[in-house]
Design a protein around this ligand. Structure first.
Ligand code: IVH
Length: 699
């Protein structure tokens, strides 16, 4: 900025003040249009408030320079076309702002002076959260909702009755005895959940997403087609009123209670008797801010007695009996001191900006996620840049934009900062991943947890909790360590039975369970490695193709890519991930160490003579005489491929009880369908089957 914009108000000459007021009028008008009309604010609320405050303060110092089009005389923005206009019978005012304890005390003192109350006379204040949405006026005649309007410029709003009718929180007819005419005012807003869902849908249908819930609420309310508004989940809270033929109470809190009995959701509120109580309420609400399901941006204080509200009246834009006490700004500017790379449990590399500590929304922020390489490039975030950071609700702070660029572009590293293994970013993916797999310390716990999971080694008594404890104590760092636990128990550390949570029996049981798993099938072993894209299905395909550990080990080398791709069902992504894993020296070491501990069982040769060999089967519905898992295993042992969905490639569908859409699809595609008995008859003689009925398993 240049010219008078940086000069303190006290130092402004008259000429400078005049040009400042002209600049501010223009700038505030611009931002009003961006905010109210386009639902696309370009500056933070805090910066906007600063503009308004500066304008007001200059006008106080130079009253003669106040412009005819002064922003202090205006609320909101001029109207757009599209909806018919509604003249508010009582203006919809805005609120003045308080930013600190002093402003709050001044507000109370001003009220006392205005009303000529004796010193220390208590003024009961209703305090309530200020919702960050849009205000609306709802007119009820004889209890029936007849018209709803936006605030517009405070004098004239837009008729959005049809849209407001679609909001569930807005009663179409009031309960009980409401006055003949009662105009309820309150806030239309969108919850975080509804906002996330809306943006998900917008993105899915390639429509623009909304920047925040307030913009989304505004955009949803402004739809010319009420059906679109209805599809958005908007909420409403009542907190004020306009024209009324009678009032149901003589206090603010009393009217809120009455509105609640008529069927409104009213904003939660509390009575405060002095500035200390108001500050305490503000502090409490600010602390809980992030737990609320919707955005609030401050507290509104209102004089409880309505006769006092009446006497206090309004100054130009806002009532004297109410004020908004804003929360600390949730955006701030600061310097990027460093860009670090964090390695997640699954090997994902996440760039993090180390920031010069700055207070954002009352919290000191020194880190912000940078998401991925593209995010950094798109915003051109560099070490040494000054950036705008935001804390939305209370999610991890984000870098919104660069304010001052840094010297050199950031180059995303291609090695893992933890283990030094090569990192890769696959085609079509946004994330870089560490290729260190089993040996990368950042991923160790997650890898070990996966290693012992149910479909992999499935070691009884060794779950996530125990793995974490063993890892932290340094006794299990790699999978092979698990199989050395018993041998090393008590050697150089306390025996397990003396650890907290373990006893002699449980320790022995664990060692037995581990011992039992030394003999492991090849497919479980492959799955246990936790290679990306290699899940249970692919692990089985590989194990069946190579049958023995020796064959498999020989095959895991780059020149065999084509051979691996020849396996029916194994695609390029899988094959490459597999070979990349075995190409890494760290992984090879861990693998060699592990297999020395194991007796890897050869895969049973699939029965090629069976009636289902080479066929693609789908099981659906509830099987009554066997579990789904067993049926699948048996089908696979007979050389069939078991798929989860029915397509033209399906050869046979086995439909159990209560089969649904898959059965329908099979019938539509004219795929052969048999029931459970038919299935058992088909495979009878090929395998042995225990006669006992198994527990049911839902589809
Ligand atoms: S009272 C004359 N109470 O804040 C009193 N306003 O800057 C009028 N708002 O236009 C408003 N929550 O859109 C009031 N609990 C609350 C509020 C609230 C949000 C909004 C409303 C108003 C703006 C004032």
């Amino acid at each position: 900025m240049s010219g008078a914009a940086d000069i303190p108000i006290a130092d402004l000459s008259e000429a400078q003040a005049e040009s400042e007021l002209a600049r501010l009028a223009l700038e505030i008008r611009f931002h009003d249009t961006a905010y109210y009309q386009n639902d696309a604010p370009e500056i933070s609320d805090a910066d906007y408030d600063h503009l308004r405050q500066r304008n007001d303060a200059i006008e106080v110092r130079f009253p003669g320079l106040k412009r005819a089009d002064s922003p202090s005389e205006r609320i909101g923005a001029p109207l757009t076309d599209g909806f018919s206009k509604v003249r508010h019978r009582r203006p919809m005012l805005s609120l003045g702002n308080a930013f600190n304890a002093e402003d709050v005390t001044d507000f109370l003192a001003g009220i006392g002076r205005f009303l000529k109350l004796p010193d220390d006379a208590p003024v009961a204040i209703v305090a309530e959260p200020k919702i960050d949405g849009l205000s609306a006026a709802l007119r009820y005649e004889k209890g029936i909702f007849v018209q709803g309007a936006t605030r517009g410029d405070g004098e004239v709003g837009e008729d959005i009755t049809a849209n407001l009718r679609t909001i569930a929180d807005i009663p179409k007819q009031l309960i009980g005895n409401a006055p003949d005419v009662f105009e309820v005012r309150g806030e239309v807003f969108m919850s975080h959940a509804a906002f996330a869902e809306l943006n998900r849908q917008q993105a899915a249908s390639e429509r623009p997403t909304y920047a925040n819930p307030r913009n989304a609420a505004a955009g949803s309310l402004r739809q010319l087609d009420p059906a679109i508004t209805a599809s958005r989940q908007l909420s409403f809270r009542a907190y004020a009123w306009g024209e009324v033929s009678a009032l149901p109470a003589d206090t603010q809190a009393g009217v809120l209670t009455a509105m609640a009995t008529w069927g409104f959701q009213v904003q939660d509120h509390e009575i405060c008797l002095d500035a200390a109580e108001m500050m305490a309420y503000h502090g409490r609400m600010e602390a809980q801010r992030s737990e609320r399901p919707y955005d609030i941006d401050g507290i509104v204080y209102k004089v409880d007695r309505l006769d006092w509200q009446e006497r206090l009246g309004a100054a130009s834009r806002s009532p004297r009996w109410a004020i908004a006490h804003k929360f600390a700004a949730e955006q701030a500017q600061t310097l990027v001191e460093e860009i670090d790379i964090q390695v997640g449990r699954t090997g994902k590399l996440t760039p993090v900006a180390r920031l010069k500590p700055v207070t954002v929304g009352g919290v000191v922020v020194s880190n912000a996620t940078l998401h991925n390489e593209d995010y950094i490039a798109e915003k051109d975030i560099r070490v040494g840049a000054t950036v705008l950071v935001q804390r939305a609700g209370d999610v991890i702070p984000q870098v919104l934009q660069v304010v001052e660029p840094g010297p050199t572009p950031f180059v995303f590293p291609s090695v893992c900062p933890i283990c030094g293994a090569t990192a890769v970013r696959d085609d079509g993916e946004v994330d870089w991943r560490c290729g260190g797999g089993l040996s990368c310390q950042a991923q160790a716990v997650e890898r070990l947890r996966h290693f012992v999971s149910r479909n992999a080694f499935d070691i009884e008594g060794l779950g996530e909790k125990q793995i974490k404890a063993f890892f932290d104590a340094g006794v299990v760092k790699t999978p092979a360590d698990i199989f050395r636990l018993a041998a090393e128990d008590g050697q150089g550390r306390d025996p397990l039975e003396e650890w907290e949570g373990w006893g002699e029996t449980s320790a022995q049981n664990l060692f037995d369970a581990i011992e039992e798993r030394r003999a492991i099938s090849l497919d479980r072993l492959i799955l246990a490695l936790g290679i990306r894209h290699v899940g249970q299905g692919n692990a089985k395909l590989l194990a069946r193709r190579y049958e023995t550990l020796e064959n498999f080990e020989v095959a895991m080398s780059p020149e065999n890519l084509e051979e691996i791709l020849d396996i029916d069902g194994i695609g390029e992504k899988v094959a490459k991930a597999l070979l990349a894993f075995f190409a890494d020296d760290h992984n090879r070491t861990v693998w060699d160490d592990l297999v020395r501990q194991l007796q890897v069982q050869d895969m049973e040769r699939a029965d090629t003579a069976s009636p289902v060999a080479g066929k693609t089967l789908v099981f659906t519905g509830t099987l009554e005489r066997t579990s789904r898992a067993e049926a699948k295993a048996r089908a696979e042992a007979l050389g069939a491929k078991v798929s989860g969905s029915v397509s033209a490639k399906t050869d046979l569908v086995i439909a159990g009880a209560a089969a649904g859409s898959k059965l329908k699809k099979a019938q539509a595609l004219e795929v052969k369908v048999i029931d459970e008995d038919g299935w058992l008859a088909l495979i009878d003689g090929n395998t042995e089957r225990d006669a006992e009925p198994k527990e049911e398993e839902a589809s």
